[in-house]
Design a protein around this ligand. Structure first.
Ligand code: NAD
Length: 481
């Protein structure tokens, strides 16, 4: 494992402010932000109080009165300006994203450009009234109206990718918004707020930097009409419970335990790099990363060796170093959790084929690790690892592989790999997930909905379905004669 480190020798950054009612409010910087590559605090941000949230919600409610009357076209133009601003600020945002989140700079750049194009893509989707009945007696139409104020809560693994998407869905459909990122990674989102201030009328978008408590206040707040939440299953359940008191609408984008089923007719060498990247990108801290591989016994050994070869080549280090491919785990709590899963895997008889090394601190580095021979009830198979550990399991009967892949409360995504697309698609149709890919993993687009089934979520993001999740349908029914 070659871990390169860049010491944070820069002065502590405190140039961050919340956006409330069109004003940037610096407040007292009390939220410490740690660079996971060094383990050191490198910035301080304001931390939202309940009074900040009340002001943001009041501003959003006021702004809703005129924003709801604006046209889709006017709102689309604002979203296009948001996407353009993201592209212009790509370099400074990417560096900040790598410092607070840890991922390699090239992946930070990609995340920003991707967020820009997804937002633009969604704001090009038309939402029209639908005629449901048209006959001599009746004319019945379905119209879509904005809900009001949408509270958006985001996690620490992809703070830029996961903020403009839900924001676009809320704002383009005529809602106003209050957004709160994870307390581990608030900085890029606060900088996004500075860009948004010059694009949207005061109060339409409000950006707070708060802790978990702020997320709970938002879920309970009577002035918020919907919560769009991305995060863990455990927090998602708390959001749902808190939102029940005011019958808020909710979209929950939660964790996953994605299985990849590899059939007997693949060339293990040629697919191994794709499987490896889809498992370890952002050091496995991706909701839709591959979390388990089920490989047919005919190609199992060759695939394990090819994956281990990829792991041994991996360059781990500070994401700011140009040759880094895999950065650190984002925070100490998650780092210790992943170490616990590694330890448990050893205890359960798992064979560490590659990786398994932990660099001495500072920084939260664990090498990409391939683990075989684990029993099906090991924690690493049952739980979402959200880190760079990949179990590879053997099967001889594809029906058995499907049953094991489905034997989980998660249902985010999965993939099937084969040289026979029809055969793979038939397997994909039997997987209980929101998205089942064939010969790919992690492909999303502005016009394709993405969301989980089972405990991986409720509702979806992107596409017409995602946009309509930010609206309420109302019927106009006319008796003609
Ligand atoms: P988390 O649930 O700990 O935190 C997510 C956000 O929720 C943070 O902003 C946090 O402050 C807030 N929060 C925490 N407790 C809350 C509460 N009681 N009420 C309201 N808000 C609360 O998740 P995390 O550790 O930041 O993120 C990792 C998880 O997110 C993983 O499970 C991952 O799979 C999931 N995720 C899902 C998707 C998806 O699209 N399905 C995308 C990215 C990440």
């Amino acid at each position: 494992m070659t871990a390169t480190r860049a010491a944070d020798i820069l002065p502590l950054r405190t140039d961050f402010a919340q956006l409330i009612d069109g004003e940037l409010i610096a407040g007292t910087p009390t939220l410490d932000v740690i660079n996971p590559a060094t383990g050191a605090v490198f910035a301080r941000a304001p931390r939202a109080t309940h009074a900040d949230l009340d002001r943001a919600v009041a501003a959003a409610r006021r702004a809703f009165q005129s924003w709801r009357e604006s046209s889709f076209e006017q709102r689309r133009l604002c979203i296009e300006r948001l996407s353009a601003a993201l592209r212009v600020q790509q370099e400074s945002l990417a560096e900040l994203l790598t410092r607070e989140q840890g991922k390699p700079l090239s992946q930070s750049r990609e995340e920003i450009v991707r967020a820009a194009s997804l937002s633009e893509g969604m704001a090009a989707i038309p939402i029209e009234p639908e005629v449901l009945v048209e006959n001599a007696q009746r004319h019945v139409e379905l119209h879509y109206f904005p809900l009001g104020v949408v509270g958006i809560i985001t996690p620490w693994n992809a703070p830029i990718n996961l903020a403009p998407g839900p924001l676009t869905m809320a704002l383009y459909t005529g809602n106003t918004a209050v957004l709160k990122p994870s307390p581990y990674t608030p900085l890029c989102t606060l900088k996004l707020g500075e860009l948004l201030r010059d694009i949207f009328p005061a109060g339409v978008v409000n950006i707070l930097a708060g802790g978990d408590d702020c997320g709970q206040w938002m879920s309970e707040h009577p002035g918020i009409d919907k919560i769009s939440f991305t995060g863990s299953v455990a927090s998602g359940k708390k959001v749902m419970a808190s939102a029940a008191a005011t019958l808020k609408r909710i979209t929950l984008e939660l964790g996953g335990n994605d299985a990849a089923i590899v059939l007997d007719d693949v060339d293990p060498k040629s697919i191994a790099p794709k499987l490896f990247f889809a498992s370890f990108v952002n050091s496995g801290q991706v909701c839709m990363a591959i979390k388990r591989i089920y490989a047919h016994e005919r190609i199992y050994q060759a695939l394990c060796e090819a994956l281990a070869g990829e792991a041994r080549k991996a360059r781990i280090g500070d994401g700011l170093q140009s040759d880094t491919q895999f950065g650190p785990i984002q925070n100490r709590m998650q780092y210790e959790r992943v170490l616990g899963l590694l330890e448990d895997s050893r205890r359960r008889g798992g064979h560490i084929l590659a990786g398994g090394e932990v660099a001495p601190g500072p920084g939260y580095f664990i090498a990409p690790t391939i683990i075989t021979d684990l029993p099906e009830d090991a924690r690493l198979i049952k739980e979402e690892q959200f880190g760079p550990l990949l179990p590879v399991l053997r099967f001889s009967d594809v029906g058995d592989a499907i049953r094991r892949a489905n034997d989980t409360r998660y249902g985010l995504a999965a993939s099937v790999w084969s040289s026979d697309i029809e055969r793979a698609t038939a397997v994909a149709l039997r997987l209980e997930v929101g998205t089942a890919w064939v010969n790919q993993h992690r492909a999303t687009a502005a016009n394709v909905p993405f969301g989980g089934v089972k405990e991986s979520g409720i509702g979806c993001n992107y596409a017409e379905l995602g946009l309509k999740g930010n609206m309420e349908a109302r019927v106009i029914s006319v008796l003609k004669a």
